[in-house]
Design a protein around this ligand. Structure first.
Ligand code: DX5
Ligand code: ZN
Length: 225
């Protein structure tokens, strides 16, 4: 079993984002997680497609673009063109989930759907077989550095069961409050992609050191089949 680490650049130094992306790559990250916020779905405004485009030459790693925006359908082509490899839209603001997934497939990007902590897994039921990734928020979206919401552990386990039962290889990603202490718990529950922002870029240690600590915290679990 392999667990992927996806550092979120939301907590990186925005004055030198390219270097921070390169550092995460060098440190052995699997994806670069990019949090796009529009000031409407969530209060903050962060990164737009031109920034993603500017970062593209800094790494060969997949860009895992998390759209926390009210109108994700209109944004999908811009981020695909800018170099996103995976695009994730929130089910809460996307009544046309099937269309969003189709659009992403047409544009040859991997398709993800995100659910807030308070949103039911039932939202995924009809589109699950077409998805490459499901992102379960383990905080309420909008800010880095918030504490992990324990109640989501059971939801992760329920989604893992559904995926296994339906024979789906969809990636199960968790996002929010993930630290080296929390990581083994969410992996045991069934998560296979861990997003971490503050724990990677805001700890005062180097990215290399923090990713090494994440790997160490998962070593015994990754040995299991
Ligand atoms: C929160 C974002 C997260 C955030 C995670 O709305 O979706 O990706 O960067 O940051 P931490 O790991 O600090 O909770
Ligand atoms: Zn995110």
């Amino acid at each position: 079993m392999k667990v992927k680490l996806a550092p979120s650049i939301l907590s990186a130094d925005f004055s030198r984002l390219g270097e921070q992306v390169a550092a995460a790559t060098e440190a052995g990250a699997d994806y670069i997680h990019i949090d796009v916020m529009d000031g409407r779905f969530v209060p903050n405004i962060t990164i737009g497609a031109p920034v993603v485009k500017a970062l593209r030459p800094w790494t060969n790693l997949p860009f895992d673009v998390h759209l926390m925006v009210e109108d994700p359908l209109s944004q999908i082509p811009h981020f695909a063109e800018a170099g996103a490899d995976i695009i994730t839209v929130h089910a809460e603001v996307c009544p046309h989930l099937h269309r969003a997934v189709q659009r992403m497939k047409e544009l040859k990007v991997k398709a993800g759907i995100a659910l807030n902590p308070g949103t039911s897994l039932a939202m995924l039921d009809e589109v699950l077989p077409s998805l490459d990734l499901v992102l379960l928020m383990t905080v309420n979206p909008g800010f880095g550095g918030q504490p992990f919401i324990e109640e989501v552990v059971d939801k992760i386990a329920r989604l893992r069961k559904i995926l296994d039962k339906r024979g789906l290889t969809t990636e199960l990603e968790v996002d929010g409050g993930i630290t080296t202490q929390i990581a083994p718990k969410v992996v045991k529950a069934g998560a296979r992609v861990l997003v971490a922002g503050a724990a990677v870029f805001g700890s005062g240690k180097s990215v290399k050191e923090t990713l090494k600590h994440f790997r160490e915290s998962l070593r015994s679990l990754e040995g299991e089949s």
